[in-house]
Design a protein around this ligand. Structure first.
Ligand SMILES: C[S@@+](CC[C@H](N)C(=O)[O-])C[C@H]1O[C@@H](n2cnc3c(N)ncnc32)[C@H](O)[C@@H]1O
Length: 292
């Protein structure tokens, strides 16, 4: 649980349509890295928890027989369905609107469960236990996020970086000094320390993998605006009737920061933690994953 904050269904309200465009992608090679580490071969079932618009689920869909994405945000689930159809994988994907805390055995059992920058929003002890029971013996829980500890300078790239500090100031001018989250505020941010929670829930591990980033990326003004709206703390609903004015101010600020209206960024590396459920008794060689 996030201390002093209660989840509500406006957390990412209005963000879904901006998400894929606005967020920097996971590092290229993520799917191949996971396929190698977990010996994924097109069999098995993937559960993507807090799937958003299906970023991870769709990137990994070719490695599984079936994929189930779960997210409580109606816009995210609708967007994931649209993107699955566009990618030609609607037949093997299913999108369920629910909180992770509500997952039930009706969904069947899974070989792998992924959490892409979503676990911190959940009642983590409850969800860790629920997902453990949905995973087959020898299955894997995979925690995926941008690696935040490496420098990502753009001095040698053609365009300036997006003016993040000025964007943050503008958001604060409109929404106040304390980080917003749904109908509440997060005075101390979201929690880390998931290793303690997953170990306590009986998972084995973790094994840490880093998929390197560093590639030069180019972003236009619409990409940066989409990035702002993709974040829970500056999601469209928070601006209410002042949204148009906010967006005009944001676009003005961006054009001032880059006369070409282009920005450079560096692809973040992706950090993966693999956790396993114990293999069945007598099958200690069965790690990491037992296919369907
Ligand atoms: C930062 S987005 C990540 C989306 C996607 N997994 C990715 O890697 O790009 C976090 C997602 O977690 C979802 N989320 C928040 N609280 C949740 C909960 N209690 N159960 C399931 N999903 C939740 C949000 O609706 C949002 O779509």
């Amino acid at each position: 649980m996030v201390e002093g904050w209660e989840w509500d269904d406006t957390l990412f309200a209005g963000s879904a349509g901006y998400y894929r465009r606005g967020r920097l992608p996971y590092a290229p090679g993520l799917a191949e890295t996971l396929a190698g580490a977990l010996r994924l071969d097109g069999r098995g079932r993937l559960l993507d928890v807090g799937c958003g618009p299906g970023i991870l689920a769709l990137d990994l869909a070719h490695l599984f027989h079936e994929v189930v994405g779960v997210d409580p945000d109606a816009g995210m689930i609708a967007e994931a369905g649209r993107q699955a159809a566009a990618a030609g994988v609607a037949g093997k994907t299913r999108w369920v609107r629910a909180r992770a805390e509500e997952l039930s055995a009706d969904l069947g059992s899974f070989t792998v469960a992924t959490f892409g920058q979503s676990f911190h929003w959940m009642d983590r002890d409850l969800v860790a236990a629920t997902v453990r029971d949905l995973l087959r013996p020898g299955g894997a829980l995979v925690h995926v996020s941008d690696l935040r500890t490496e420098p990502r300078g753009v001095d040698d790239l053609p365009h300036p970086p997006a003016p993040q500090a000025a964007i943050d100031d503008l958001v604060r001018d409109y929404l106040g000094p304390v980080r917003r989250a749904g109908r509440g505020v997060l005075s101390r941010g979201t929690p880390d320390g998931e290793a303690t929670i997953l170990a306590r829930a009986g998972y084995l591990g973790p094994e840490r993998l880093v998929v390197p980033g560093g590639q030069a990326l180019e972003r236009d003004v619409d990409d940066v605006v989409a990035g702002v709206y993709s974040m829970s703390f500056s999601a469209p609903h928070l601006f209410g009737p002042r949204r148009e004015k906010f967006e005009a101010d944001l676009r003005h600020l961006l054009h001032e920061a880059s006369p070409t209206a282009r920005f450079s960024a560096r692809q973040p590396a992706t950090e993966i933690f693999l956790w396993h459920t114990p293999p069945p008794l007598g099958r200690r060689d069965a790690l990491p994953v037992e296919p369907a």
